[in-house]
Each structure stands twice: as C-alpha cells, then as structure tokens.
Design a protein around this ligand. Structure first.
Ligand code: ZN
Length: 195
C-alpha cells in the first residue's frame, strides 16, 4: 500500500529535517553534501528546504542549497558546477537525481546521502565515488525502508541492492567483493565495523 502524504512527510522530516536545520543554522560548518533521490522525492525535499529557509522569496543564488536535475536551467547548473570546484564553495547541499552521477568531480564533496537506495549497485558505487575525491575522509549514508526495497527489487539489478542493504557484515567489504576486489581493514570503516 502506498504511504499517505502525511506519512511521507513524516519520513522526510525524520530523515532530512535535522540535516536541513544544521545546514540553515551554520552553512559555513556544513560539509559539502550530495543528496541523491528520485525525481518525486527531489521535488518534495526541495520544497521542504525552501519552506524551512523562509519561503521562495528568501531563496537566492547565495543560498547554501540547490536542486540539480535534467530540467534545471543550464545557467544555474553551470554556476553550481563552478562554485563546487572553486576554492571555497558557498553551495553546501545539492539535491540531485542520477543526473549528477558519473563524471561530476568536485574536490570538496565529503558526504553523499541516498534518500532512498538506487536501483543498481553500480550506480551506487559511482554516486558514492563523488565524495572524498581529494583523498579526505568522506561519508556515505544510505537510507531505505521496506517500501523502498520493494520498488528496488523490481529493477534488474535490484536484488543486489536489496542484498547489500540487508548485509550483515562490513559494507565496504561487501561492495568490494561485488567488484571482485579485496580490501585491507581500515579505521573509520562502516557502521557494521564501528559497532
Ligand atoms: Zn566496514
């Protein structure tokens, strides 16, 4: 059964509300973060963020957040991309779809959040590979619930994503094994290793 509008709003508030508050309260301390989500969640999250920031009239090109998707004005896209490779980016949170996957290369991105799982592990690896490009410590956060996994399993590569989300072991090792690679034990690995 499809969750109601109120239920979906509650989930967005629980997951992203504290992150949005942190961004708006102290954008200067906020790590440059990419939030990957589907087109419908992007619209909802962008609207939640605009309302939190005081409404559309308060949002300007100096705001610390932006939505990047295939229908975005190309002048906005090029301004954002230049900002993100500049020495001190002012844009700290980018809501995006798979539009900003492979090929996007900013040295400043140190966090990638998936608001819901992608439909393919290869997409996931490419998208989390957008952070830590400068060799800095970076963080990848993946949110999912049973409804998301139900959708994901309908895609050809979805079974692997479902398996990865439910994995009971080191997540880094699981991803590396998917690519037939091995990994040395690292500090600050994943939530499995730190528990
Ligand atoms: Zn680990």
């Amino acid at each position: 059964m499809k969750p109601s509008y109120a239920e979906e709003y509650k989930v967005r508030e629980t997951v992203m509300g504290p992150i949005f508050d942190q961004l708006l309260q102290s954008p200067e301390d906020f790590p440059v973060t990419l939030v990957f989500c589907n087109g419908s969640n992007l619209c909802h999250l962008n609207r939640d963020l605009i309302i939190r920031a005081g409404g559309r009239s308060k949002v300007s090109k100096d705001s610390p957040f932006v939505a990047l998707h295939s229908d975005q004005d190309p002048t906005v896209v090029s301004r954002v991309l230049s900002d993100l490779v500049s020495e001190r980016p002012t844009i700290k949170l980018i809501l995006t779809t798979s539009y900003l996957g492979m090929g996007f290369d900013s040295p400043h991105v140190s966090r990638v959040i998936h608001y819901e799982p992608p439909s393919d592990l290869i997409d996931y690896v490419q998208q989390i590979g957008r952070c830590g490009r400068n060799g800095q410590q970076a963080e990848a956060i993946l949110y999912y619930n049973a409804t998301d996994l139900g959708h994901v399993r309908q895609h050809p590569g979805g079974k692997e994503v479902d398996k990865f989300c439910k994995h009971d072991g080191c997540f880094r090792k699981a991803l590396m094994e998917y690519y037939h690679c091995t990994v040395a034990t690292l500090e600050n690995c994943c939530n499995f290793c730190s528990n």
